[in-house]
Design a protein around this ligand. Structure first.
Ligand SMILES: [Zn+2]
Length: 108
């Protein structure tokens, strides 16, 4: 079952972390999409800062994590396509997100 991206609950991720300009989600690049987990890449139109965003739906609701990256959308696409991001790294992100869950819960 597919649910639409819960953008409404992710206010804190809709702005550039550096210049606070609002992102254009129409230009977001979805890298990985599963039933309860989505990874996408956003680039700020104003300062060109790129952010990787992980959104996961768990028992505590939506957990989101934004991470500034110096990879542009083509590089990151290539990374995901080649599965250069190993299962270990994905697990690391999940562990991080578990710890992040409590604070994220307060934010939403
Ligand atoms: Zn910016």
């Amino acid at each position: 079952m597919k649910t639409p991206a819960p953008v409404d609950n992710l206010e804190h991720l809709t702005k550039c972390p550096l210049c606070s300009k609002k992102y254009h989600f129409s230009k977001a690049l979805i890298l990985d999409e599963e039933d309860d987990r989505t990874t996408f890449h956003l680039t700020c139109e104003s300062c060109q800062t790129s952010t990787l965003v992980f959104v996961s739906m768990g028992q505590f609701g939506i957990v989101s994590l934004g991470m500034v990256t110096d990879l542009d959308r083509n590089e990151v696409k290539q990374l995901f396509k080649n599965e250069a991001i190993s299962a270990d790294q994905v697990l690391e992100v999940h562990d991080f997100m578990k710890k992040f869950e409590c604070s994220a819960k307060d934010l939403i």
